[in-house]
Design a protein around this ligand. Structure first.
Ligand code: AMP
Length: 424
């Protein structure tokens, strides 16, 4: 009997355009401009020269040139909604997952708000992880490629002395993790008294990691007159408190349904006995084509290393990534993975958020995530920006409770699959 490919996807090339058109139409109906003095924010400080168009959003010529170079031809939904509001100088709460284009959504207004002739730090972006700090700073640098704007990424695991040297040339924009930024504030190597724009990215994750106090302290060093934007996939009560404390009359912008997994992700689960998991994984990986990247999640660092070793012994092109590795090792693995080798990355939850690798075709939960939010973040690594992706979850002997929650949450969108190893 010919074996079936259990993870084959119907690929429809025009989905992206139809979805985009729909969302633009919905938006045109939905967005009603707030009554404000024309062209000026309530803080009266935006002086963006309106010279070019990104979709129907007016942006500066230099940013438009940068977007051309980046290959962004039309705005994503979150960009359509956020850029005009932030460009006016208003505060924004953006409820959006990574993969929606949110970095550019706040990046364009931020870059346009900077006065490069002033040699002071004017923008700050707080992010939860080193990976995200490096990714976001790269995106901001690209957006400001044709402007004399300096951006620096500050995160732990990098030499503090090198950062101090780099900081002698005052950056206009700082992107970093709260711990390291606070360290620099206490050394007097950064000053936040001229900040006009502060962004809290993946705020829920920063709270989860335990950065709440640091975040509050850092924002406390910035002027009250600043503009503030907060992006978060979920808005629990603690985030609401943060919003009412630090944001002024913000516009709430939400893309997609709740914390829904994007429509572009096909979700399948397989019931599998613990001792068969490796066989099951090998079966799935051997079906997927050589060009397809897979990201496999395990619960622990030891689990990640063990699985990678077993995969390599079975001649699969796999590498590990987890928090037990040094920053430079992690960066190297991500760089290699981006460029195509290894094809398979085995990871802890460290890679569940922020990691931006558009070509991941499969996310495989080798170990069940601990909760729904974690599941959504993990599977959000695939199906990014209109690409189609598949999320596979192994349901082991101890996972039935969690599986029940997932089934309740995702209903028919979560299909049951059957591994060939269990077929007669
Ligand atoms: P983010 O949600 O910011 O992590 O972005 C997810 C991915 O979308 C990144 O790979 C961006 O480079 C890409 N991206 C952002 N905006 C656009 C756009 N307007 N068109 C195409 N790709 C985009």
């Amino acid at each position: 009997m010919a074996r079936q490919n259990p993870i084959e996807l119907p690929i429809s090339l025009y989905i992206e355009d139809i979805q985009l058109k729909d969302s633009i139409m919905q938006l045109q109906k939905r967005i009603k401009p707030k009554k404000k003095q024309e062209g000026r924010s309530h803080r009266g400080k935006r002086t963006v020269k309106k010279e070019a168009l990104f979709g129907n959003i007016t942006i500066s010529k230099s940013v438009s040139r940068a977007l051309d170079e980046m290959g962004y031809t039309k705005p994503t939904e979150i960009q359509l909604e956020s850029i005009p509001v932030l460009s006016k100088g208003d505060d924004v709460v953006g409820k959006a997952q990574t993969g929606t284009g949110k970095t550019t959504a706040f990046g364009i207004p931020l870059v346009q708000s900077i006065d490069p002739t002033k040699q002071v730090t004017q923008g700050i972006i707080l992010v939860p992880t080193r990976e995200l700090a490096s990714q976001v700073s790269t995106e901001i640098r690209k957006l400001s490629e044709f402007l004399p704007i300096r951006t620096i990424a500050l995160y732990g695991g990098q030499s503090i002395n090198k950062q101090i040297t780099d900081l002698r040339k005052t950056p206009h924009i700082i992107v970093g993790t709260p711990g390291r930024i606070l360290d620099h504030i206490s050394r007097g190597t950064i000053k936040l008294n001229n900040i006009s724009f502060a962004i809290l990215d993946e705020a829920d994750q920063m709270l989860d990691i335990g950065f709440a106090e640091d975040m509050v302290k850092i924002i406390g060093f910035t002027p009250r007159t600043r503009q503030t934007a907060l992006f978060s996939a979920t808005i629990p009560r603690t985030i609401k408190r943060l919003i009412s404390r630090f944001l002024r009359n913000p516009s709430w912008i939400q893309v997609g349904a709740e914390i829904d997994a994007a429509d572009t992700i096909k979700q399948i689960y397989y019931e599998v006995a613990d001792q068969d998991k490796f066989k099951g994984l090998s079966e799935l990986l051997s079906y997927s084509s050589k060009e397809n990247k897979a990201l496999v999640f395990c619960r622990t660092q030891i689990g990640v290393d063990r699985l990678t070793k077993r995969l390599r012994n079975s001649r699969f092109d796999a590498k590990s990534i987890h928090g037990g590795m040094s920053q430079s090792q992690r960066e190297r693995v991500i760089r290699d993975y981006r460029s195509g080798t290894p094809r398979i990355l085995v990871a802890t939850n460290l890679a569940a958020r922020g990691l931006d690798i558009p070509e991941i075709s499969y996310v495989i939960n080798y170990n069940m995530p601990g909760n729904i939010e974690e599941y959504v973040h993990r599977i959000g690594r695939t199906g990014r920006i209109g690409n189609l992706g598949t999320a596979i979850t192994f349901v082991g002997e101890d996972d039935f409770n969690m599986m029940g929650l997932l089934a309740k949450r995702f209903g028919e969108n979560l299909e049951k699959g059957r591994l060939n190893l269990y077929k007669a």
